[in-house]
Design a protein around this ligand. Structure first.
Ligand SMILES: [Zn+2]
Length: 158
């Protein structure tokens, strides 16, 4: 069984190698769907795999911390170096990532972020949520999205 939770964040990005409009800094309201695969049966007493409110409280602050109201840049972007300068002009949230900050790469990055965060936090293994991270889907518009899943992850580490 799969459990799905939807989130949103607002962030700007630009694609440094893009030849069209996306070369400019512009913003989106990004939609994120976290899909979790159950590794335990539905609880006989509570009728749940996991408590949605606990899952929401687990993911929402982390997604916001990583991306919300940030400027997402390719770490090779000239602008990335500027944002590292100390000073009031550049005192804003920037998220640097490997590769172009496309829907595809943001989905991949968020999968890695959440996975490493959950793996390094004892609470993930100590508290039995009964689920594991299956995929991250990211929409940059109503009709365009990318999904990064655990198979993609397993291929990337082989
Ligand atoms: Zn865009």
């Amino acid at each position: 069984m799969e459990l799905k939770l939807d989130f949103k964040f607002d962030a700007a990005h630009r694609l440094m190698h893009h030849k069209g409009l996306c070369h400019n800094i512009h913003g989106h309201t990004w939609k994120v769907r976290v899909t979790l695969l159950s590794v335990a049966p539905i609880g006989k007493k509570d009728g749940m795999i996991a408590d949605f409110s606990i899952l929401k409280d687990t993911f929402k602050p982390r997604i916001d911390y990583y991306f919300d109201h940030g400027l997402i840049l390719n770490m090779d972007d000239k602008l990335a170096a500027l944002t590292l300068i100390d000073g009031p002009l550049f005192d804003f949230k920037v998220r640097l990532m490997e590769g172009e900050p496309t829907c595809e790469n943001i989905a991949k990055q968020l999968f890695m972020d959440l996975l490493s965060n959950l793996n390094t936090r004892k609470q993930w293994s100590e508290v039995d949520y009964g689920v594991k991270l299956q995929s991250i889907q990211v929409w940059e518009s109503e009709k365009a999205s990318a999904i990064y899943n655990s198979d993609d992850f397993m291929e990337s580490i082989q």
